[in-house]
Design a protein around this ligand. Structure first.
Ligand code: 13P
Length: 248
């Protein structure tokens, strides 16, 4: 399977900065087919800009969240139909920052994943343990609980999701999980997917958490690491392209 390198810009960017960053990425690719599938997940107000600048390029785009509701009186929410209209292929759901700061539960994340799939957008489902949970030996239990909620909701469509393992303690900290630590959790997630779908090997399981140009190759070399979900390094064209190249 081709690896998938997805960027998560989080709450960063401006029209001018995005235009420069996207141009630098497209120039860097030089019209060649990248070594991995690429996507960028931007704040909702910039999705139209990504659509106009990336249309027809090798870089797909997506959102960082999606409403669990279809439409209606949900002030501030963005529906999957809106994302679809803006050409989004992906929507991140259940990022730890949304679970932590916005109170998102496993059930809500599962409903969002289901809504995204129903609307033709691939959910990138994030799971991951906190440092306290890891120290308490609860990593497996936590990630399996988080993924189980989504599998239960999407059922026979499980092979259509993307999973991202993002240990909370590795996000934005410069502390990456070692390739062995990451692989161990990815293998657990793959086994869980295997119980739910005939084709667990078709599901991309991305690693996220301080992945950068220097450490990407060793992480991506692990058998169950099918790509990356990149925060900080996706805001620098050269770094992001280097990570994509490491997927070769
Ligand atoms: P960093 O790459 O900045 O650690 O962020 C990872 C992340 O949260 C991607 O969703």
């Amino acid at each position: 399977m081709r690896k998938l390198i997805a960027g998560n810009w989080k709450m960063n960017g401006s029209l001018a900065a995005n235009a420069a960053l996207l141009q630098a990425m497209l120039d860097g690719l030089g019209g060649k087919t990248p070594a991995a599938d690429m996507a960028l997940c931007a704040p909702a107000p910039y999705l139209a800009q990504l659509q106009s600048l990336l249309q027809g390029s090798a870089i797909a785009w997506g959102a960082q969240d999606v409403s669990s509701h279809e439409q209606g009186a949900y002030t501030g929410e963005v529906s999957v139909a809106m994302l679809k209209e803006l050409g989004c292929r992906y929507a991140i759901v259940g990022h730890s920052e949304r679970r932590q700061y916005h109170g998102e539960t496993d059930a809500l994340v599962a409903a969002k994943a289901q809504r995204a799939l129903a609307g033709g957008v691939t959910p990138i489902v994030c799971v991951g343990e906190t440092l306290a949970e890891r120290d308490a030996g609860e990593t497996e239990r936590v990630v399996k609980r988080q993924l189980a909620a989504v599998i239960h909701a999407v059922a026979h469509c499980t092979s259509e999701i993307v999973v991202a393992y993002e240990p909370v303690w590795a996000i934005g900290t410069g502390k990456t999980a070692s390739p062995e630590q990451a692989q161990q959790v990815h293998a657990v997630l793959r086994a869980q997917l295997a119980a739910a779908t005939e084709h667990p090997e078709r599901v991309h399981i991305l690693y996220g958490g301080s992945m950068n140009a220097a450490n990407a190759a060793s992480l991506l070399a692990q058998p169950d690491i099918d790509g990356g979900l990149i925060g900080g390094a996706s805001l620098k064209a050269a770094d992001f392209l280097q990570i994509v190249a490491s997927a070769a």
